[in-house]
Design a protein around this ligand. Structure first.
Ligand SMILES: [Zn+2]
Length: 286
């Protein structure tokens, strides 16, 4: 008889698995979906059948477990099949599974947002969930620095019935600028929050555009362009190309004005055309 080892495979896998995956694995173990084909104190070979059947191989290697599974799971290092096999293998050797407290404390904390969500936001800057823009820097970076959490948006009306004013817009942008002077502001980690707040203001402008004076909207567009330029030059780290979010919203406002020009009275037409030309000139320079 071999001397039983005290190493617990499930405990060693715990810190490489997501909590969600872990509990799926426990379910598989409880439903007896994993069948050990060959095992000793060092390694185990098993078949796990769920919707399909997969082969799992676990082996103690020093103080860790080397692991293989034939499933296509790419969501992490440890799949539910490995978890199921580790639990059953341990139980055969008289070791109980990790407690709920251990699972809660030692499994990997899933990211709040995924790379897929970030990629999709960059593809749809105009309609994306701005929360993803706020958090993308922290998710992309290898390590996160403690940083300030900024407000979601500066005070700015969001009621489609209310006309936009230029002074209200300037006030909102000044408020965003003030956030960047707070202690703990980080151009990279807080940059997404600043850009998201800028986009929130423009989304409100877009919503209120129909109730507003075309000339005022044209002025707001120029004001937004100036402020966005300041953001990119001095206040936000743009290494991830985060400027596309603000640009997309300004372009949308531009297109909206451009489409409505024909319906405006001639004084408005002349003024709006002039401001759109100013916007074009500046956009070429940036
Ligand atoms: Zn698997």
């Amino acid at each position: 008889m071999q001397k039983p080892t005290t190493l617990s495979a499930s405990q060693l896998l715990l810190s490489y698995a997501y909590e969600e995956t872990w509990y799926r694995g426990e379910e598989y173990a409880d439903k007896k979906l994993a069948r050990l084909q060959k095992y000793d104190t060092k390694s185990v070979q098993a078949k796990v059948s769920g919707t399909k059947s997969y082969e799992v191989l676990l082996r103690f290697a020093g103080s860790s477990v080397s692991r293989e599974c034939s499933c296509p799971y790419v969501g992490g290092d440890v799949c539910k099949h490995m978890v199921a096999v580790a639990i059953i293998w341990d139980e055969k050797r008289g070791l109980s599974r990790p407690t709920h407290e251990m699972v809660a404390g030692e499994t990997i904390t899933p990211p709040f947002i995924s790379m897929t969500q970030i990629t999709s936001a960059y593809k749809n800057p105009l309609t994306c969930d701005l929360e993803i823009v706020r958090m993308s820097a922290s998710e992309r970076a290898a390590e996160s620095r403690a940083h300030l959490r900024l407000p979601l948006r500066p005070p700015f009306l969001n009621d489609s019935e209310k006309a936009v004013s230029l002074s209200e817009t300037k006030r909102a942008f000044r408020e965003i600028s003030r956030w960047t002077m707070r202690e703990g502001y980080d151009q990279y980690y807080c940059g997404g929050e600043v850009v998201a707040a800028f986009c929130e203001v423009l989304r409100s402008v877009l919503r209120r555009e129909k109730s507003s004076q075309p000339k005022i909207i044209a002025d707001v567009l120029i004001e937004a362009q100036n402020f966005h330029e300041t953001l990119l030059n001095d206040l936000v780290d743009v290494r991830d190309g985060i400027e596309i979010f603000g640009s997309a919203h300004m372009n949308e406002l531009y297109q909206l004005l451009d489409r409505e020009i024909k319906k405006m009275n001639s004084a408005d037409q002349i003024y709006v055309e002039k401001q759109l030309a100013v916007f074009d000139d500046r956009a070429d320079l940036i």
